[in-house]
Design a protein around this ligand. Structure first.
Ligand code: AMP
Length: 284
């Protein structure tokens, strides 16, 4: 389980290894990441291992999902320790495309995402899901996995990718895996590395406030009242701004209002603490 994974940096070497496994009739699971790996990422490798003989991870900080002024240049890069962690989790191959080898100089095609991709994150990061859809499509085409595993930590992203995969007849089964959290409930994230001790304490309040809000809605509170209360609680506990606290249909993220009655719903939050934008979500 903890053998060193094969490292490939070119599309050619990747395709050669995938072909060998295919000839041996091995099914392939795939976990795309941007690196700076933590136990949340590694849980996706474990998830994939349960379904397929071979597990591939990629590490690529994708420029098309960052906007001007976001943290593309400073996004944490920890290749050596990432490879070690992936090997320990049972990953067979790590694909680390050379920067510049992913997008052709004349790349011209964009993907216009809809459905669950609309609203929420898109209201604040309009470039984001188009960029994610593009890189995931390219990576799916290169890796050609049977299954791919995404974290529900990025719930809107998971639904967007699953929808796109269905809409484009991409022969990959997309799974959503549970959110892995720190002891105080903060969802693990590569960007948690940006926090100093004080900010980290504030960040830990996000999950607690989210849980209270979800419970209130479940118990019949009006969604507008409960989410407004959660926003006030976040600001009071030290968050500098709150982008949204919203209840949405669990399958397509259409926004819900009033009491939820029998709808299967998800509560989604985005808020900024010490300059770091956090997202989280849970079932209601
Ligand atoms: P990233 O490297 O941030 O692009 O994330 C790569 C994958 O890991 C995505 O599918 C994320 O949803 C997933 N992921 C990130 N954090 C967590 C977490 N705390 N629990 C579960 N999955 C996660």
């Amino acid at each position: 389980m903890s053998a060193a994974p094969i490292i490939v940096r070119t599309e050619k070497a990747l395709r050669a290894q995938i072909s060998k496994w295919r000839l041996a009739d091995h099914k392939i699971g795939y976990v795309p990441t941007m690196g700076a790996l933590h136990d949340g990422h590694l849980s996706l490798i474990t998830f994939a291992r349960k379904h397929t003989e071979r597990v591939v991870a990629s590490i690529y900080v994708n420029p098309t999902q960052f906007a001007e002024g976001e943290d593309l240049a400073t996004y944490p890069r920890q290749e050596k320790s990432d490879i070690r962690k992936l090997g320990g989790a049972g990953c067979d191959l790590v694909y680390i495309p050379k920067s510049g080898s992913m997008y052709d100089r004349d790349h011209s095609t964009q993907i216009n995402v809809g459905g669950a991709a609309l609203g929420l994150e898109t209201d604040y990061r309009p470039h984001f899901f188009g960029g994610v859809a593009l890189i995931v499509t390219k990576l799916f085409n290169r890796v050609q996995p049977d299954i791919a595993v995404f974290g529900k930590k990025d719930y809107q992203q998971f639904l967007t990718i699953r929808r796109m995969t269905t809409d484009f007849d991409i022969p990959v089964r997309v799974y959503g895996a549970p959110i892995i959290r720190e002891k105080d409930g903060l969802a693990m994230s590569s960007r948690n590395l940006y926090f100093d001790a004080d900010a980290r304490l504030v960040a830990g309040q996000l999950n607690k406030i989210m849980r209270v809000c979800a419970k209130e809605i479940k118990n019949g509170s009006h969604i507008g009242t409960a989410t407004a209360k959660a926003k006030r609680a976040l600001l009071k506990s030290g968050f500098q701004s709150v982008d949204y606290v919203a209840a949405a249909d669990r399958r397509n993220l259409s926004l819900l209002r009033g009491p939820i009655k029998d709808r299967k719903a998800r509560l989604l939050i985005a808020a900024t603490c010490a300059g770091v934008r956090l997202i989280d979500n849970c079932d209601i």
